[in-house]
Write a new protein. Structure first.
Length: 106
């Protein structure tokens, strides 16, 4: 009888641990940004300007902050002015840490 109790307890706890592990959020979720292509002069590389709207630290007025990201464009399909989505990736060169996911608007 004690052996049966151990086996039923063992099987009852095993699925619960598997469910808990699947509920844990996945690691390596990569950041994505949407911005406008400001340069495509390099081979397989684009420069994307991402604009954020943040409150001024002292006065509270909403101000625009622009940051440029170098992104990998393997097919050289982006033109200046395109709206694109980029995703974080491993370092590809000294400055490139992002890759092109999709062109949202030509």
């Amino acid at each position: 009888m004690s052996e049966e109790t151990v086996t039923t307890e063992g099987t009852a706890t095993a699925p619960e641990t598997q469910v808990q592990q699947s509920d844990v959020p996945k690691r390596h979720l990569r950041k994505t940004r949407v911005g406008e292509v400001v340069s495509n002069k390099m081979d397989k590389t684009i420069v994307v300007a991402v604009v954020r709207r943040v409150p001024h630290p002292k006065f509270g007025k909403i101000v625009k902050r622009t940051k440029k990201f170098y992104a990998h464009d393997a097919e050289n399909r982006c033109e200046i002015g395109d709206l694109v989505r980029i995703q974080e990736t491993r370092p590809l060169s000294r400055l490139k840490r992002w890759q092109l996911i999709e062109v949202l608007k030509h």
